[in-house]
Design a protein. Structure first.
Length: 238
């Protein structure tokens, strides 16, 4: 077998193994509580697909059981070069978590509105004058990422965090917003703290027709939250 054919066969075998692992990890979500935890975990990795998030979670937990990471839940996950750009390096003996990475190709067409007119460009090929160019997903390939626990180097920069407004709101603004909410047929509820409404500052529930705002914030933050929930989507949280 030629080297190129062997490489393709090896890639296909890895893809099948990853897809099998993904099927097994999703199949293990047997209860509503399991799915809830999985979705909450996936929400922390919005830049990755649900499937890749599940693959990372399964492999990280295995690494935890082997004593290679100190926590059963992944935190910050990135590729080898991404870690290098942050002046961090993968530690010796730490194997990466296999995920499914997209493979894209460039296509060109003189008549973009006709689906059959698009032709795939070879690597390094330039489109002809007047052709439109578009990238399309053509497949998947195995790739690897590592959790921050598997690297060492410079500290990771802390992302900026939103802060609550402080102080007093303009006089009469709360009453005006509250009147608009009740005029739309909603009941305004004042709750003691964020735990009452799932950790949010405010919550609009279109099923019960209620708008809830936590009261353990300064007046300005309460009014800002009330204004947000006046315009929020159904069952949204601020």
């Amino acid at each position: 077998m030629r080297p190129q054919a062997r490489n393709l066969a090896a890639r296909e075998e890895k893809l099948q193994a990853l897809q099998q692992k993904l099927t097994e990890s999703v199949g293990a979500l047997v209860s509503g509580e399991d799915w809830k935890r999985a979705l909450e975990f996936a929400a922390k990795f919005r830049g990755r697909s649900f499937g890749n998030t599940m693959l990372i979670a399964v492999q990280h937990y295995a690494a935890f059981q082997e004593g290679r990471v100190p926590d059963p839940m992944p935190t910050y996950v990135a590729g080898f070069r991404q870690w290098q750009s942050l002046n961090r390096a993968v530690m010796k003996g730490q194997s990466g978590y296999a995920i499914l990475a997209p493979v894209t190709a460039r296509f060109a067409s003189r008549t973009p509105a006709e689906p059959e007119s698009w032709r795939r460009l070879a690597r390094g090929e330039k489109p002809s004058p007047g052709e439109a160019v578009r990238s399309k997903l053509v497949g998947l390939k195995p790739a690897h990422v590592w959790d921050v626990y598997q690297t060492d180097g410079e500290p990771i920069p802390e992302p900026p965090r939103p802060t609550l407004l402080q102080g007093q709101a303009p006089e009469g603004l709360w009453d005006g917003l509250a009147d608009q909410i009740t005029a739309h047929g909603f009941e305004l509820r004042l709750v003691s703290d964020a735990r009452t409404i799932g950790g949010a500052n405010g919550l609009t529930d279109y099923l019960t027709r209620e708008v809830s705002v936590r009261m353990d914030m300064d007046d300005a933050a309460q009014v800002k939250t009330l204004a947000h929930d006046l315009l929020t989507a159904p069952t949204g949280a601020s």
